[in-house]
Each structure stands twice: as structure tokens, then as C-alpha cells.
Design a protein around this ligand. Structure first.
Ligand SMILES: Cc1cc2nc3c(=O)[nH]c(=O)nc-3n(C[C@H](O)[C@H](O)[C@H](O)COP(=O)(O)OP(=O)(O)OC[C@H]3O[C@@H](n4cnc5c(N)ncnc54)[C@H](O)[C@@H]3O)c2cc1C
Ligand code: SF4
Ligand code: SF4
Ligand code: SF4
Length: 387
């Protein structure tokens, strides 16, 4: 028995565990993976039911302690999404000969979980990729590394960590689980569609070399989206970027994200990381506009590791419920947007930006920036004609 499709997170543990391999993960029209069972081959062993993290969630740990933290290396922090704490944890593990699992872009900018054992490759995992990552065979690879006695850091959304825990089926001293505070994961198919759309508008259809969805050149709170085509770059504030706005306004999230079973202050991971939204009013001394992490420590293992790396951070202990005050996604699921149906029916046929901004509120600043751009062009034209 698999869980209800609306709750399925696509973790794939059921497919991994099936002893007769009669479950495969198949993509729907949005590119989200769901299990598909060949009923005739099923031997009714019940293993897919037992391992499903939605049907039988792994235990959560408490008490949880919380910190606001900033990696002391400014360059590391500027390349990271929040305060750059993930990098410190990853380096701690790599220095001990361990391996680190996390989400990385493939060549076509689809996102998959990969394993690294060299700090030189950390850049592949750094930075949030706002699209669902495929876990593939990473749970099995993590198990193998643990069985060989290596330290393993596995980072991902909290449903992915719950899936890993169920796949492993037992505790390992050398496993460090890091989950993200998670708004929800956008559709892989919409993401690919947007890259083609953007490239068509900006670069004659030639895709970018790099994409940064949380570019901090304009600040951490006021981040930008950058498509880097090599010879030229397209940069715009996130509030004007149709993909980020459609994501934040829930137009193409996975169905399970609207009834997420893996939120809360106490979790099944060792660490939870997020953006410390609201830090500027709670503790202004911990905000320099370059990124502050919200760090939750759930286990004794996490507290020991934290005491080893905390000197590499500027940090402040905070009350866990204060820490999530400005970040409701830490504890609550987001809700459906009324215009979602319009998006679903038209995203393949209509102009992407026009469609998104016909559904979600068009920020005032978008009008202003358009007017500024038109003004700039007019001034250039006037100067040209008078010279
Ligand atoms: C889809 C998504 C939604 C999020 N929603 C929120 C939110 O609502 N509120 C909030 O405070 N924080 C949210 N975050 C977390 C936040 O954006 C940062 O990832 C987190 O704070 C870690 O930042 P960092 O500076 O420590 O390190 P970074 O260097 O930014 O760390 C990147 C880490 O994120 C992992 N990662 C990146 N993309 C993905 C992905 N698609 N799937 C799984 N893991 C991924 C990498 O493996 C790596 O471990 C979200 C992240 C993602 C990926
Ligand atoms: S009950 Fe057993 S055999 Fe049938 S699909 Fe589930 S895991 Fe596979
Ligand atoms: S949540 Fe995971 S284990 Fe459960 S049905 Fe979906 S893919 Fe299978
Ligand atoms: S919101 Fe919940 S179900 Fe959706 S990706 Fe995040 S942790 Fe998974």
C-alpha cells in the first residue's frame, strides 16, 4: 500500500525497497516523480507501506536549541543562500574523510542529489536550487558509505531526510542529517520551461552557463536572480522575476507541500537550516544584509558538532519559537493560490511572464523599473540624435 498521491513526496524509498522491483518512479506532466506499481508482480510483502515516511514518519528529536549565525568568511557567506552554515558542516565532515550528499545542477539545470568527498567540489552543492531534486540512488550510496565506517552528511528537504531515515532503517553514529526549512518544491518541468523562455528572450535561445536564484549583489533580503550567459548577464530583482514569484505564490509546487508532514520545530534530522527572516528587528546586530542563518540543533550529536564549528561563526543563541516567528514555513504548510488553475491550464501555451503576473500581484517596483528602463532608452536615443 502506497500513501495517498496528494501526500506523496516522491522520496522513492518504496521503489528502492520493493523486493521484486515492481515499483518504478514515473514523472507526471510537471516532472514530479510518483511511484507506479505493476500490480501483477506484487507479492504483497507490505515493505513499501512500512518504509513510506508519510504513512509511518520517523521519530523526531527534542529538545531543540536555536541560533542565529553568520559564517565568518564573508566570501563563503556571499556565495551561500543564507548565513553559509551548510558549508561549515560540510567542511567538518570532509576534513574527517567523510562524504557529503546534496543537491546540484546537472548540465541542463535539472537538479539531482550527488555525493562529494573533496572540498573543491563543495561549490556544486552550495546555493538553493528552487526546484525538486531527484534523490536517485543517493540513499543506497549513503548507506554503503556508512557501512564502510565513513562520516556521511546528507542534506535536503525534510521529507528527503525522512525518506533517508526510513531507507536506512537504523541509526548510525556517523550520519549527520541536515534538513532545510522548506516553503515547498517547484515543478522540474516548469523550471525547464522557464529556462527556455528566459534564454529565448535574453540570448537568442542559447541557454545560460550559470544560474543564481539567490544572488546577493543587491542584498540578502532583496536578492536578485541572475542568468549568466558568459558574454552577457541578465539580472533582475527576485520580486520581478516571474519564476520566483510563481514559486513563492505557490503556482507550481508539489501537491504534498500543501499538507507537509515534515514541518515543526522538532525534527528527525540533526540540524535544520534556513534564512533567519526577521533578524533585522529581533537582533539587528546579527544583520549586515549579507545573510544570517537560522540554525536548529535537534540532537546531542548536532550540539557536539556545533561546539566544534561555532568559532567559525558570529552567532547568538535564541529561543526556538522566536527564531521561526518570521519564517512561518518552518512550522506550517503553505496554502493553495486561487489562480493556480489558470496557470495549470495555460503555462504551456501563454507567455510565461504575462501569465504569472496576471495571477500574482505585480509589484509596484516592476512598473517603476520598466518606466526607468524606457526612460533610459529614450535618453540614449535623444542623445544619439542630437550628436
Ligand atoms: C526548495 C527550497 C525551499 C526553501 N524554502 C525556505 C523557506 O521557506 N524558508 C527558509 O528559511 N529557508 C528556505 N530554504 C532554505 C534556504 O534557502 C537555504 O537553503 C538554507 O538556509 C541553507 O543555506 P546556507 O547559507 O547554510 O547554505 P547554502 O550553501 O545555500 O546551502 C545549500 C544547501 O541546500 C541544499 N539544496 C539546495 N537546493 C536544494 C533542493 N532543491 N533540494 C534539496 N536540497 C537543496 C544543498 O544540498 C545544500 O545542502 C529553502 C531551500 C530550498 C532548496
Ligand atoms: S507490497 Fe511488497 S512486492 Fe508489493 S509493491 Fe509493495 S514492496 Fe513491492
Ligand atoms: S512518499 Fe515516498 S515511500 Fe511514500 S509512496 Fe511516495 S515515493 Fe513511495
Ligand atoms: S514542503 Fe514538505 S513535502 Fe514539500 S518539499 Fe518541503 S519538506 Fe517536502
Amino acid at each position: 500500500m502506497l500513501c495517498d498521491k496528494a501526500l506523496c513526496t516522491g522520496c522513492g524509498v518504496c521503489a528502492t525497497i520493493c523486493p521484486v522491483s515492481c515499483i518504478t518512479m514515473q514523472a507526471d506532466e510537471f516532472g514530479f516523480l510518483y511511484p507506479s506499481v505493476v500490480e501483477d508482480s506484487c507479492v504483497s510483502c507490505g515493505k513499501c507501506d512500512y518504509v513510506c515516511p508519510v504513512l509511518h514518519s520517523p521519530a523526531v528529536y527534542s529538545p531543540t536549541t536555536a541560533y542565529a549565525a553568520m559564517n565568518r568568511s564573508e566570501s563563503d557567506r556571499l556565495q551561500a543562500t543564507s548565513g553559509g552554515v551548510f558549508e561549515l558542516l560540510a567542511r567538518w565532515v570532509l576534513e574527517k574523510g567523510g562524504v557529503v550528499f546534496g543537491a546540484a545542477y546537472e548540465e541542463d539545470f535539472s537538479v539531482s542529489h550527488i555525493c562529494i568527498d573533496d572540498a573543491e567540489d563543495l561549490f556544486l552543492l552550495k546555493g538553493a536550487k528552487y526546484v525538486q531534486s531527484k534523490t536517485g540512488s543517493s540513499f543506497l550510496e549513503a548507506e554503503e558509505a556508512l557501512q564502510h565506517g565513513r562520516y556521511v552528511l546528507y542534506s535536503g528537504t525534510s521529507c528527503q531526510i525522512a525518506g533517508l531515515k526510513k531507507a536506512l532503517g537504523k541509526e548510525y553514529d556517523r550520519l549527520i542529517c541536515v534538513d532545510l526549512i522548506c516553503h515547498g518544491v517547484p515543478s522540474p518541468a516548469v523550471w525547464q520551461h522557464y529556462i527556455d523562455y528566459r534564454s529565448g528572450k535574453d540570448n537568442a535561445g542559447i541557454r545560460p552557463q550559470t544560474i543564481y536564484l539567490r544572488c546577493k549583489d543587491t542584498g540578502w533580503q532583496n536578492y536578485s536572480v541572475m542568468f549568466d550567459y558568459g558574454a552577457q548577464q541578465f539580472v533582475q530583482p527576485s520580486r520581478q522575476d516571474a519564476y520566483m514569484q510563481g514559486f513563492i505564490h505557490n503556482l507550481y509546487l508539489r501537491e504534498s507541500c500543501f499538507q507537509c508532514r515534515f514541518k515543526g520545530i522538532d525534527r528527525c534530522s540533526d540540524f535544520s537550516l534556513g534564512d533567519y527572516w526577521g533578524i533585522e528587528s529581533q537582533h539587528p546586530e546579527m544583520d549586515d544584509h549579507k545573510g544570517t542563518s537560522l540554525v536548529l540543533l535537534h540532537t546531542e550529536k548536532a550540539r557536539k558538532i556545533w561546539s566544534g564549528i561555532q568559532t567559525e561563526c558570529k552567532f547568538l543563541k535564541v529561543d526556538p519559537s522566536d527564531a521561526v516567528q518570521g519564517n512561518p514555513m518552518a512550522v506550517d504548510s503553505t496554502s493553495e493560490t486561487p489562480g493556480k488553475k489558470t496557470f495549470v491550464s495555460n503555462w504551456n501555451s501563454e507567455d510565461f511572464e504575462t501569465l504569472v503576473f496576471s495571477i500574482v500581484p505585480l509589484p509596484q517596483t516592476r512598473h517603476l523599473s520598466l518606466i526607468q528602463r524606457i526612460k533610459g532608452t529614450l535618453i540614449k536615443l535623444l542623445k544619439k540624435s542630437s550628436s
